[in-house]
Design a protein around this ligand. Structure first.
Ligand code: UFG
Length: 323
């Protein structure tokens, strides 16, 4: 199939583009490079340097491209930043997303696979989180993603474009060629690995008084290659749908640090710091629907495997994609 990967120079989009190409698909990456990296674009993909704010460009790209499907990773994703600057999040993640949806209509695209997030659930009422769990975002980031899920629902009803909204839990790990390089970095695993690299003295644990077994926050870490597999399956699913993507296995911040100590052989000093605003105690997915409806079979479920892949990538790219 011919696939347009918007945000294919970013962390998850780059690994997904690689996975699609490895599986015989033809990929065009569309990316503004505002947060993505040119070196994260798979060299086998065509590359269009553009921003979804440029409505004419994305419409033109879709009219000429003859794409069967669009994967939409291009978004801002920092919860804290969204609480400071909601405009940035609604403009990019919602309004610019509508440019892409319109371009899909103009280009006769049959399906859109959308990167949604566990953040659409806010402080969930139940654990594990199912697709039927009420969505109540507690920040503009989660709200902007939920709004776009609804946009896609109506484009499906009115324009017959099939869609899948994939709610990732905590994306982690690396493929052989592509890994995580955010600036600034705020995610737990890459920050822990910076300690193992000697770039940082210690990791700060944001709160140890949560209602969890060891008091630190519990999250569901899912390998980006398992996310990539879900995207490829969702692209050809017969029906539209919403899917929560995680392992179902919640791990605390302390458990992740311990696993990283074992993987890297580094003592990784840690210090407890105050809670970070807006962190729920526990976010764990129930992914039974993706398994049943898409035939999704995650392959890299242990924390050690996930951290080991990230560690290998960092050792090959000690300064990320920077030259
Ligand atoms: N944490 C620390 N110390 C750090 C960094 C993080 O203790 O230096 C903790 C956080 O408080 C949290 C956990 O590690 O409890 C994971 O934090 P991340 O920042 O790695 O990830 P989040 O769970 O905050 O957010 C991620 C994505 C969001 C998405 C969310 C959905 O970044 O975009 O998962 O689960 F919405």
């Amino acid at each position: 199939m011919k696939v347009l990967v918007c945000g294919g120079a970013g962390y998850i989009g780059s690994a997904c583009a690689e996975y699609l190409i490895d599986n015989g698909h033809q990929v065009t990456v569309f990316d503004s490079l505002v947060t993505g990296h040119r070196d994260a674009v798979d060299p086998r993909a065509e590359f269009v340097h553009g921003d979804l704010a440029d409505r004419d460009l994305i419409i033109d790209t879709c009219r000429k491209g003859g794409f069967d499907s669009i994967m939409h990773f291009a978004a801002f994703s920092l919860v804290g930043e969204s609480m400071q600057n909601p405009s940035k999040y609604f403009r990019n993640n919602l309004a610019n997303g509508i440019n892409l949806a319109d371009a899909a209509v103009e280009g006769g695209v049959k399906s859109i696979v959308f990167s949604s997030t566990a953040a659409t659930f806010g402080q969930p009422e139940e654990s594990p989180i199912r697709e039927t769990t009420e969505q109540n975002p507690i920040n503009p980031y989660g709200e902007s993603k939920l709004c776009f899920e609804k946009v896609l629902k109506w484009y499906n009803v009115i324009h017959r474009i099939k869609y899948a909204a994939l709610r990732y839990f905590n994306a982690a790990g690396a493929s052989g060629n592509f890994g995580e390089d955010h600036n600034p970095e705020s995610h737990l695993i890459p920050l822990i690995l910076q300690v193992a690299q000697g770039k940082r003295e210690k990791i700060m644990i944001f709160g140890d008084d949560y209602n969890t077994t060891d008091g630190t926050c519990v999250r569901d870490y899912i390998h980006i290659l398992d996310l990539a597999q879900a995207h490829m399956l969702a692209m050809t699913a017969p029906e539209s749908g919403h899917y929560n993507l995680g392992t179902g296995n919640g791990l605390s911040v302390e458990e992740i640090i311990d696993a990283a100590r074992e993987v890297t052989g580094h003592p990784i000093p840690a210090e407890v710091a105050p809670r970070r605003a807006g962190d729920p105690d526990t976010l764990v997915a129930c992914s039974d629907r993706a398994k049943a409806m898409l035939g999704w079979k995650p392959q890299f479920e242990s924390a050690h495997t996930i951290i080991d892949s990230a560690w290998k990538w960092i050792q090959k790219h000690p300064d990320g994609y920077a030259k």
